[in-house]
Design a binder for this molecule. Sequence first.
Ligand SMILES: [Fe+2]
Ligand SMILES: [Fe+2]
Length: 489
Amino acid sequence: MTAFAPSLQDFADLSTGEFPSQRLIEPGKLRLSELISALSVALDLTEGQPAGHAARSCIIGMKIAEQLQLPQDQLVHLYYALLLKDLGCSSNAAKMCYLFGADERQIKHDLKSIDWTRMQASVSFSWAHVAPEASPLQKILKVAALFATGPEGARRLVETRCERGATIARDLGFSEQTALAIRSLDEHWNGKGQPDGLKGEEIPLLARILGISQTVEVFFQLGGAAKVSEIVRERRGTWFDPQLVDIVLKLSNNAAFWESVATRNALELAVQWEVPDEIQYVDDDFMDRVCFAFASVVDAKSPWTFNHSNVVAHLSRDLAKILGFDEEMQRDMYRAGLLHDLGKLGVSNAILDKPGKPTDEEFAAIRKHPDFSEKILLNVPRFQQLADVAAAHHERMDGKGYHRRLVTEELPLHYRILAVADVYDALTAKRPYRDAMPLEKVMAIMDKDSGTSFAPEVVQALHEWIERNNPQTRVPQQLEAVDRLVDNI
Ligand SMILES: [Fe+2]
Ligand SMILES: [Fe+2]
């Protein structure tokens, strides 16, 4: 698909040598805005948008707020709502993929460029996008099934996404205004939006700014400032608050502003829009919470990966402890575990949830995800080493892994921890095309591949961990997640 461009950033070459200071995250002050704007690229990926979509929406929204002379406290709530507007994006991915029988990232991307409130646009969109590879009859049946869910089905899809996004924002400790802006970003001025059909000033002002900013960003990419003016004029008083449309129209001749939106450094520029007197820094506990939140976004994408990142994170931390790494490194390994599969947000559920083995082409798409994880994490300057470790979680000692095909000498011990934790969890979990393996079988595979795929000392540490912890299967939880998805459809 053409929708996804991995990143607008230029990335540094990676060093794969031994890590001298044994820290994955360089110590020092890290601005919350830097961390959140960098990780917002993971949300862009899930939405099928080019990297930097959320950051550019943030630049646009903050400019609108400046013109509105929004009070400072509101600016802080707005700033994080703009960057995190798509926090709930993965929660409806599996359902959307099932309903359309197609790559949900393509659907999500293309939906942003039509007026789906118009019946004709909605019907043509569905016909063009539903089950693209099916026979005409299958396609008709699929479209009929999609329309049978009716407006309530569409509302629930949006509600799942918006509610989940607001919940994660609250869990992270962001304000209620930020959470409500995220919840209501798809409401329309005329009351025909989702999920609550709020009308006019019933829609929180910050949500109205989010709504128009994301649309302006999408159409600026499609046709520049002229296209933006055309679309906002067309949707004045229907989708958008007329007052906000007038501000966007006033900006239409502001070349410097549009140049800033077009910048290759959208993430850096978004950081500069942080409210100057309200700059926040990330302490260790908050860093854990942010990593956990993004892990939950990854794990929510597919019922089959339920809790995967979380399990890998805890196991990586425990293995690091058994292997004698210090507490700081154990904590960093926990964070690497939480974030290792961020790049999976760029893989369609049509592949992740397929009830059969992936084809070669599909497997090639899967093999890109460590590269995506790396590119996202490299956007945080202090995460260089963390990005290295995350990028190597599918590498093997014998060079037959992916995506760089590194070999033993290029894989320091802490890299090899994540690989063992990841495969252990994958084999003990059920997949759409195979049952979960019993522990004895899993460990027989780990032992057999010790020295070729895996580092023998890490496999030994895993044996010790199992002996101490007597781990229980998480298949029942996985199946509950699958049931919840099926009930919801
Ligand atoms: Fe992975
Ligand atoms: Fe994984």
